[in-house]
Design a protein around this ligand. Sequence first.
Ligand code: KG4
Ligand code: ZN
Length: 338
Amino acid sequence: MRELILGIESSCDDSSVALMDAKTYELVLYKKISQESKHCEFGGVVPELAARLHTAALPNLALDLKPYFEDIKAVAVTNEPGLSVSLIAGVSVAKALSISLGVPLIGINHLVGHIYSLFLDSKAKFPFGVLLVSGGHTMVLSVDKSGKITILASTTDDSYGESFDKVAKMMNLGYPGGVIIESFAKRCLNDEYKFTVPLKGDKKRLEYSFSGLKNQVRLAIENLGKNLDESEISKVAFSFQKAATEHIIDKLKVIFDMYKFEDFGIVGGASANQTLRSELEKICAKHKTNLLFAPLKFCSDNAFMIARVGIEKYKKKEFINYKDLRINPRSNLDGIFI
Ligand code: KG4
Ligand code: ZN
């Protein structure tokens, strides 16, 4: 008899389920239905649409789990942070499954899920530092050997990934903007616009801010007028990506001088960005730090990482009654144990 842990993720615009074997850590089943193409024409996630699409997708995903029902020993679901209407969809299905299968329920923090994506090919171990770059968050964290998180820096406005989404929207390129902007940036070799890197050289302010950079980009695009051609788009994309990435790296350099990391991981959807990865590789090489990545397929939102945290909590019997499991659209990672 297998001990399978079911992970359910629906915090933003991906509906996903995963089954993991709690003894072998094998991924037994993985499914994800992305809503990206549906939100694309609006240039960002439309909450009402996201909720309706989750409500349509999750029961179909639950049906795929049917052959495994007998072996499922716990249901782990993202209940924080995220879009409230999206979280509710996954949490409701998780509650229904936990009640009908008669197995315990586990609430999972989505950001802890991203951190655990470093464990999916099981190379990582605490302690380590982490750069978390997703659509909603940009943070540098340290996780000590007991799993306690300390936030070392975070953004005061937009996130790194979100700023790519907004720049793509300004040029009507669709959503999500990260991959689109990165691919246009690859077609350009020169930093035409030389956008100012936010808070550059300010060693005292260990924080991120992308709104000023976003405005610089907006002005540059307005100056270009309507109907940008491919070469103009590529130039803007290149200069924006360069400044945004330099901002991340500039603060990380200060942090790497303050703390000694044996291991440092990069997680979240925007961790797929190749320029960011290669700049981070340089810092890690300089400080003789081992750089950890999540498998590329599991950098963006997925239920595999949720099931992986679920196994940890299942082993510690950190269960919650369905009546007590609530969604929490905003949550604070500082000081929590993972
Ligand atoms: O972690 P994730 O899938 O969802 C959230 O938890 O938010 O991250 C999605 C974000 C989006 O903002 C997307 O544009 C960004 O990650 N992203 C990227 C890249 N791929 C995805 N940003 C920059 N470069 C990329 N290659
Ligand atoms: Zn995420």
